[in-house]
Design a protein around this ligand. Structure first.
Ligand code: AHR
Length: 522
């Protein structure tokens, strides 16, 4: 992270102190606390925004795999839902974490290879107690990621598996030939190895992955990972189980005792209203709950900062990535659905939460180099909801679509002075933003306003560039809980944005309440 960006974070939420030149001329039309200033250092920036921070997660949970990606035709034969794949290709999914989540530590990969009719059935004890027929296994997952144009990210079983089982899986997918497992892969229809590099060693081992202490997990991590040897051209990118929330001791012990052995540490954090045992609803909520969810989402910034500070002590060169392997909103399940399936709707509010997270990840681009929203289809903060073969995309999907321009672009330093969004006696920064320069020299600016009541007038000073043309799209709706349904699939969708114009050197943006705007500047 360059020096400027750390200065920016200090300014992220500052009371406006506008120089007379800015205040003059607009004071008559706008209340002072709707004015926002943004400086974009358009000719600076040395960090690349990894496409992997826009990653996704697919677990054998509810209708994510079965009934989501993988559907049955009338004769009972399983196949991919091409509509899901096509929709996900449009947002340029860079990686897909699989098979869990908690399920990863119950999963035995050998059950999911070979002729489908011979694969053993198991009970998915962690998610709904349903039968898992293993018809979707390693080959199907790796075909899926190939069709998406994404990178695979496999999470191995530490909780109920063995060192040999994990090492065999690694060899099965990566060994070019000359081994019994590579031969088995060939017999099962795949000649070439897939070259899977990103490899999780367990999931949430402090919880559903085995209720371990950090010291116990450190020893297991070292033991399991020792046997994941580079194969031919594939070197393991090892992902160690990381902390959740403010579990700082976990980060400390992992970095101190094993930091030199892994490439990434996997932080998990979900945003919810109420409590874990009494969560708020996805589409029926008050402004108090809107505010609460935004506050929870913004906590991601503090968590990354604090965990990174610990990591900095052991890894000042930032070799190890902080990977946010699970994030997103977690609401009460939709009425009438299996509580173990975690099926929830997705409203404009979730879209704002997604934008806040992506801005936070981009701001921490030097340490956060990968992230996975939970979960892609039909589970938690999904991109896509399905009914049989039909799909609708969610407001969150549209945010990923608007933000895809930042993938592999150069992060541009910004200084944002935003007025607050006030609710009762509390306040949050109203506006959040990210800026990048793509390989063609175009500048992309994404902004969001979490205030559901008032728009903001944003004055952007583009330093080091002289833009003259701006075009853009906006994602908003008239009500906070607007969402898409199978009956009305386009209630929340991007529309052309006409609220930005150049005024001399400055770009003036009328940013409506509860909106996400993406601008392209030439
Ligand atoms: O995403 C749902 C669950 O949340 C995952 O299985 C687990 O890792 C986390 O607790």
């Amino acid at each position: 992270m360059n020096r400027l960006s750390s200065v920016f974070s200090k300014f992220l939420f500052a009371t406006l102190l506008l120089p007379p030149s800015f205040a003059a001329g607009r004071r008559a039309e706008t209340a002072p606390d709707t004015e926002v200033r943004l400086v974009v250092e358009a000719d600076l920036g040395d960090a690349t925004i990894s496409r992997h921070v826009f990653g996704h997660f697919a677990e054998h949970l509810g209708r994510c795999i079965y009934g989501g990606f993988w559907i049955q035709d009338a004769s009972g034969k399983w196949r991919f839902n091409d509509k899901v794949i096509e929709a996900l290709k449009r947002i340029k999914v860079p990686n897909l974490r699989w098979p869990g989540g908690c399920f990863a530590d119950y999963y035995h990969w050998q059950d999911g290879i070979g002729p489908a009719e011979k694969r053993p059935k198991m009970v998915n004890a962690v998610w709904g107690g349903v039968t898992e027929d293993n018809s979707f296994g390693t080959h199907e997952y790796l075909e899926l990621v190939e069709r998406l144009g994404a990178e695979p990210f496999i999470v191995g079983n530490v909780g109920s598996g063995t060192v040999k089982e994990m090492a065999d899986w690694w060899e099965y997918v990566n060994h070019p030939g000359g081994s019994t497992l590579a031969e088995l892969r060939r017999q099962n229809g795949r000649e070439q190895p897939w070259r899977v590099s990103i490899w999780g060693v367990g999931n949430e081992s402090w919880g559903c992955g085995g209720q371990m202490s950090p010291d116990y997990y450190v020893d297991l991590f070292k033991r399991y990972s020792t046997f994941l040897r580079p194969v031919s051209e594939t070197r393991p990118f090892l992902v160690a189980v990381g902390p959740s929330d403010e579990r700082y001791e976990w980060t400390e012990v992992l970095m101190r005792d094993a930091g030199r052995f892994f490439q990434a540490l996997d932080l998990h954090y979900y945003s919810l209203t109420g409590t874990w045992s009494n969560k708020g609803k996805a589409t029926e909520f008050t402004e108090a709950e809107w505010f609460e969810l935004m506050q929870k989402a913004l906590r991601m910034d503090e968590l990354i900062t604090r965990h990174s500070t610990i990591m900095d002590r052991y890894d000042p060169g930032k070799r190890v990535a902080l990977l946010v392997g699970e994030w997103g909103t977690w609401h009460e399940v939709e009425p009438g659905t299996n509580p173990g399936f975690l099926y929830q709707q997705n409203a404009l509010r979730d879209a704002l939460v997604a934008a806040l997270h992506l801005d936070i990840f981009i701001k921490h681009a030097d340490r956060v180099r990968m992230a996975n929203i939970a979960q892609t289809v039909n589970v938690l903060q999904a991109m896509i909801l399905t009914r049989d073969e039909d799909v609708i995309v969610t407001p969150t999907y549209h945010v990923f679509d608007l933000y895809k321009v930042h993938q592999e672009a150069t992060m541009l330093p910004i200084v944002l002075k935003t007025s607050p969004y006030r609710y009762g006696d509390q306040e949050l920064p109203a506006v959040s933003a990210s800026a990048s320069r793509d390989k063609n020299g175009k500048i992309h600016l994404t902004l969001s306003n979490i205030d559901p009541n008032q728009g903001r007038q944003v004055k952007v000073e583009l330093r080091g560039a002289s833009g003259s043309r701006v075009s853009g799209q906006i994602l908003t709706a008239s009500v906070m809980n607007a969402h898409n349904t199978f009956e009305n699939p386009d209630t929340v969708r991007p529309a052309p944005f006409t609220g930005a114009r150049f005024d001399g050197q400055n770009l003036m943006i009328d940013l409506p309440s509860k909106s996400v705007v993406a601008l392209e500047i030439e």
